[in-house]
Design a protein around this ligand. Structure first.
Ligand code: PLP
Length: 360
């Protein structure tokens, strides 16, 4: 069967070159006579895999030595809790709510301590990013938390908040490695791999070393960042296969010219869809133009029966996973790094055709 254009928000499309390389090495990784899935995480072959994945990521993002890079498990949903346990040792941290994922992070913090909401865009169903130029950050807040790209609502921060000197903690899951970021502006970045980087089941945490406490009474060993930081993410058996595929993706990004080149390609790709949406008589984007994500693009016709017809007819043309999240409705096209420009052009061409048949 021919491959489809997969617009899923995650797990998501991976570069074909990466999938082919992983398939080539499936039975015999680098002359080991076994797959990466079968090898010990203590073997020298796997040590090379994880060390070069970390080195390539550091190189791509220009991560200073004063930051630790961790490859973890348990989902970003666990990181919501563990980052609070590690960084909010006084139980206080402040949150900006811009959608389901920041709400979930805040809910974990409520279980564990005394978080505060600084700003929210819930009043307009999270279709914009609130003004973060003068947030009422508490003096004793351990950090300010944002979800930098909102996968469900298709918004992204046009600029980072003024945290008033407090460390910024960002969930970058659905924008990770889609553009250059200045790591030194963050205390912690976390991202699930299953969108821009690799298979589900790997979480990448980049954390300023001085924010990771040596001693965390009452926190289980596996939830202390120090445990994995000291062990090079090998305290226990990691997701070896997932880390290996992440490493292949990092190399793929380097071969394509790194994050500057990817940002340019991503802006062009998303531009093809946004330009069409802005001119369309049938489809529209619900998102405030200034805050539009380059990665996740929700759009609607305003008629749920027509939306459903669009999603099923598109799938029949090999344009799959376009149904919007239930809290927004309509459609959503996720345009991660591995989505080729031809995929977006094919989508827009189908949208034009659908519009010609259904415009009122
Ligand atoms: N954060 C963001 C921005 C997401 O989009 C998602 C999942 O889609 C998550 C967190 C949750 O990730 P996980 O399913 O790995 O817990």
């Amino acid at each position: 069967m021919a491959r489809v254009y997969n617009f899923s928000a995650g797990p998501a499309v991976l570069p074909e070159e990466v999938l082919e390389k992983a398939a080539d090495e499936m039975l015999d990784y680098a002359g080991c006579g076994m797959s990466v899935m079968e090898m010990s995480h203590r073997s020298s072959a796997f040590k090379d895999i994880i060390e070069s994945a970390e080195a390539d990521l550091r190189d791509l993002m220009d991560i200073p030595d004063s930051y630790k890079v961790l490859f973890l498990q348990g989902g970003d949903s666990l990181i919501f809790a563990s980052l609070f346990m590690n960084l909010a040792t006084n139980g206080k941290a402040d949150y900006v709510l811009t959608g389901n994922w920041s709400k979930k992070a805040y809910a974990e913090a409520q279980i564990l301590g005394d978080p505060k909401v600084l700003a929210s865009s819930a009043d307009k169903n999270f279709t914009y990013i609130p003004d973060c130029s003068d947030l009422p950050v508490r003096d004793d807040a351990s950090f300010v938390y944002i979800c930098e790209n909102n996968t469900i609502y298709g918004t992204t921060y046009p600029e980072l908040p003024d945290t008033k000197g407090h460390p910024l903690v960002a969930d970058q899951s659905s924008m990770f490695l889609s553009k250059p970021v200045d790591v030194t502006r963050y205390g912690l970045i976390h991202a699930g791999a299953q969108k821009n980087v690799g298979p589900a089941g790997v979480q990448i945490v980049i954390v300023r070393e001085d924010l990771v406490p040596d001693d965390l009474p009452g926190v289980p060993t596996m939830l202390r960042f120090k445990t994995q930081a000291d062990a090079g993410s090998l305290y226990n058996t990691p997701n070896c296969w997932g880390i290996y595929v992440c490493g292949l993706v990092f190399k793929w990004i380097r071969e394509r010219g790194g994050l500057v080149a990817l940002e340019e390609a991503n802006a062009e790709k998303a531009g093809v869809l946004y330009d069409f949406l802005d001119a369309s008589a049938l489809f529209s984007s619900p998102v405030n133009p200034r805050d539009r994500s380059l990665m996740n693009v929700p759009f609607v016709t305003g008629d749920s029966a027509l939306d459903a017809a669009f999603v099923s007819q598109a799938a029949a043309q090999g344009l799959v996973n376009l149904k919007g999240h239930r809290s927004v409705g309509g459609m959503r096209a996720s345009l991660y790094n591995a989505m080729p420009r031809e995929g977006v052009e094919a989508l827009v061409s189908f949208m034009k055709d659908f519009e010609a048949r259904h415009a009122r």
